[in-house]
Design a protein around this ligand. Sequence first.
Ligand code: CA
Length: 231
Amino acid sequence: MAHLLVVEDDPQLRDALMRALRDRGHAVATAATGMAGLDAAVTDRPDLVVLDLGLPDVDGVQVLRMLRAVSDVPVIVATARDEEPDMVAALGDGADDYIVKPFGAAQLDARVKAVLRRFGPPEPGLPLRVGDLVVSVAAREVTLEGKALDLTPREFDLLCFLARRAGQVVSRRELLAEVWQQPLGGADKTVDVHLSWLRRKLGETAQFPRYLHTIRTVGVKLAAPAGTDAD
Ligand code: CA
């Protein structure tokens, strides 16, 4: 069972979605405005947010941007057919999937499950693998090409977070919120300093990255080097 938040201003649609998703076994909270949705997403920490783009107070794309500054909760945006530019903007701003109105509950439920599968915690005990880098979450151990790395707890948390999102760019702000628990931001230098230590332990430099790629002004990405098995 997943804890879902549905942000939708149309009361009939909101109630219909809530009932249909509850019938399919989810716990569902709802919000009728963008700001109420943002508030609920931050305080209730749902597993996934279904976000209508056409909202009365703040448009959904803005809500998504504000949400992304503090949370990496999976988001499915719901759009009307004539809102395609907004949908494209939403995907660019970190939406994980979209659904076009009118849609049925079964279709939404299938998307919810697919997104949650992608974002859900890995099977307990199964290590995260990025190329030849293996992160054993439960044991808090990391090996690179079979050799154990000696990481500090913070470096481990940082690497673990990046490994869960391998192949995606993660912003410094997200790292501060999720790894340092500083959702309102802090000194960007903190992240950069830890990234440089981690980079050294991975045996690479910013100039010649293999796993840890800094994307200037955007963030950082952990990815398998070309030629390794990138599962
Ligand atoms: Ca609407």
